[in-house]
Design a protein around this ligand. Structure first.
Ligand code: ADP
Length: 658
């Protein structure tokens, strides 16, 4: 136990020392044997964001949160056995970061040697370097210049600091006129200064003085007037400090601030200054409640991300931001940032928060933000977290408008997808045209025979034989029509002009690129789950890509038509896997309504469609293509969760093809 601690007997005595203890940049508290706070110094305010008075009577578990309290308890119990101890630990700072700290526990005993509780001292090691700076300032203060002059201006006292500052020794200075020696030039009217000191007994201000070597120094002055017993002014005591370096630094700062302001205003990039302190406090609260995995917490509680946005305040924006966000002035953009963040971009905000509090210097991501008129723009979002700014709770955000770049990319994607679409439609179109042509004839004949049979039946005396003959013609024409379809199907698939070896993964990813536009416009999350080391397949690239594209487009359409899918998210997964026969399996899995039980096979029949404008040819053509390649295609529902799976296999390429 330290002597200093032993000397302090009561909380009241601690209160007497409060001025000193509050000045120390260390968290100092006293906890009794029940771990209830009995004393807390002012630094709690800076570190924990808590008013010291409010902490008195709180249990340590309330102050630290249950998890950190459980960590600290064994140390406290050890100290309560009478041994002071020190250890390093991370402590949650009010800005939400975890700081490396040295913690000292010093037990205090009563007169009988009974331990009453512990002093807890927390040194923020991350800040130590800054503290050294502060202490140095204090030492410099002790080297203040001090001199005294009588009411005629003659110097009567001159300390070592004055010797150093002005270059005149005490012997030289004492007796001389102060103004004659140091040529004081004030920034304000000198008569007003004398009027003030005679009236109030006190004056503070800045001036420029000349040293013995002729150089000029900026000084901060503090004057106190001493009067005699009768109240007549006797002398002026002056303490002063050389602030030349500070003035120069201020000037440089002003110049750099000016440059920064100019850049801030003139850049063609949007810049925002953000007050993050409210959000920092919320994270502090979460950590205190024992939340360690913030990323998971944000996923499970998306409303927390929204709350964090509401607690992050735009303090200032540059001119570019005003134009970019469609504002008619700066003020309308200030305030909580949440109005600029659509729900779909929340995860980018959450990631930037995680980056900020995990000590990263920088965060960057492409995202979409909302303008004041509700339209959305694509931006490159950057946030920088310089340590000093984060401690003050200020962040700088940069936003580069990507709308034009994105528009060009979208245009490219649209052209690609139009091409893909055109290819799809032309295959179907050719088929439909020939089907229409070939099938029209038997259909017309069926209608004619139907009408004829009705006429035979409607006669006063129905002629059943003629009616039967007409119906037989209808059946024959119907069979002719289905024969035509079978022939066309065979024609479209048996021709296999380009059978070459292809990497199945490349085939699948190229096909999915071609439907990128549909994926984006329908807000679908496309996941490619491609197995490594698959054998090549022998296939007509264009035809098999048509199959994959058709399955993808069907899945996108199925999910777009279903409202419930919006909540669970439109996930579309394409998997490639080795097949049992040594070939390859491709499965397209969606989160749509799935296929009706018992109807899975019917979907592959020509003209089966549930869509108002559907042709019902897509899956039928897919089946023909896959079977022509020696594979199988089938539909099923996902074993768990909602959604359909359309899968096909392609057999291994024959030995001679390899
Ligand atoms: P179309 O798209 O013109 O209707 P298809 O042969 O491609 O023709 O599809 C036939 C039918 O199969 C569709 O109308 C739809 O009812 C069903 N279907 C296809 N894909 C899916 C899917 N991913 N989920 C649910 N139903 C589907």
């Amino acid at each position: 136990m330290s002597d200093g601690a032993a000397a302090i007997k009561t909380a009241g005595e601690l209160e007497d020392l409060r001025g000193l203890i509050d000045a120390v940049p260390v968290v100092i508290g006293f906890y009794d044997r029940d771990h209830v706070c009995r004393f807390a110094n002012a630094h709690h305010r800076f570190f924990h964001g808590a008013e010291p008075a409010a902490l008195i009577g709180q249990h340590l578990s309330e102050i630290l949160g249950p998890d950190q309290y459980a960590d600290r308890r064994p140390y406290l119990e050890q100290a309560e056995r009478g041994e002071p101890l020190a250890f390093d630990a991370t402590v949650l700072h009010q800005d939400g970061s975890l700081r490396d700290c040295a913690i000292h526990l010093v037990p205090r005993a009563d007169a009988d040697g009974e331990v009453e509780g512990c002093y807890v001292l927390v040194f923020d090691l991350d800040r130590r370097t800054q503290e050294v700076g502060t202490l140095k300032d204090l030492v410099d203060l002790a080297h203040d210049t001090i001199f005294v002059r009588d009411m005629d201006g003659a110097i009567t006292f001159w300390n070592a600091g004055a010797e150093r500052t002005y270059g005149w020794s005490r012997d030289e200075a004492v007796g001389l006129n102060a103004q004659g020696l140091v040529h004081c030039r004030f920034e304000v009217d000198q008569d007003a200064i004398y009027e003030e000191i005679l009236r109030t007994g006190h004056w503070e201000g800045e001036a420029t003085r000349t040293r013995r070597d002729g150089t000029e120094r900026a000084v901060a002055l503090r004057w106190t007037l001493r009067r005699d017993a009768a109240g007549a002014p006797v002398e002026i005591l002056e303490t002063s400090r050389d602030i030349t370096a500070r003035k120069e630094a201020e000037e440089q700062l002003r110049a750099s601030e000016y440059r920064y302001r100019n850049m801030f205003a003139a850049m063609t990039v949007s810049f925002w200054e953000l007050d993050f302190s409210g959000a920092g406090k919320m994270i502090y609260g979460l950590r205190k409640q024992g939340v360690t995995d913030l990323r998971r917490h944000f996923v499970e509680h998306p409303q927390v991300v929204r709350e964090l946005m509401k607690a992050s305040i735009v303090l200032d924006v540059n001119d570019k931001s005003i134009r970019q966000f469609g504002a008619d002035g700066r003020d309308v953009l200030l305030g909580p940032v949440d109005k600029f963040w659509p729900v779909a971009s929340e995860n980018v905000f959450a990631e930037s928060v995680i980056a900020a509090i995990s000590g990263k210097a920088y965060f960057e991501s492409v995202t979409r933000l909302r303008r004041l008129d509700g339209s959305e723009i694509d931006v490159l979002f950057t946030a920088s977290f310089p340590r000093e700014s984060v401690e003050k709770g200020i962040l700088l955000i940069g936003l580069v408008d990507l709308t034009d770049t994105k528009r060009a990319q979208d245009e490219l994607a649209r052209v690609q997808s139009d091409l893909a679409h055109a290819a799809r439609v032309s295959t179907l179109g050719e088929l439909t045209a020939s089907i229409a042509h070939e099938v029209n004839q038997p259909l017309a004949a069926i209608v004619t025979s139907g009408e004829a049979s009705l006429r035979w039946l409607n006669r006063a005396e129905p002629d059943l034989d003629e009616a039967k003959a007409a119906i037989n013609r209808m059946i024959a024409d119907g069979q002719r029509a289905s024969g035509i379809i079978a022939r066309i199907r065979a024609m479209s698939t048996k021709a296999a002009p380009d059978q070459a070896l292809h990497d199945p993964n490349a085939l699948v990813s190229d096909a999915s690129l071609l439907v990128q536009r549909e994926v984006e416009t329908h807000d679908v999350k496309l996941i490619l789950d491609l197995a490594a080391g698959l054998p090549p397949v022998k296939a007509d690239l264009v035809q098999v890509q048509q199959v994959v594209m058709n399955l993808l487009v069907n899945a996108i359409q199925a999910m777009a038509a279903c409202e419930a899918c919006q909540e669970v998210g439109r996930r579309l997964t394409v998997r490639t896997r080795p097949d049992e026969d040594g070939g390859v399996l491709v499965a397209v899995e969606d989160a749509g309504p799935g296929v009706e039980p018992g109807k899975a096979d019917q979907l592959f029949n020509a003209f089966f469609t549930t869509k108002a404008t559907g042709m019902g040819m897509g899956l039928s053509i897919c089946k023909s293509i896959i079977e022509a390649h020696g594979g199988h295609i089938w539909a099923s529902n996902k074993p768990t969760g909602r959604g359909a799976v359309f899968a096909f296999t392609l057999p291994p390429a024959a030995e001679d093809a390899l």
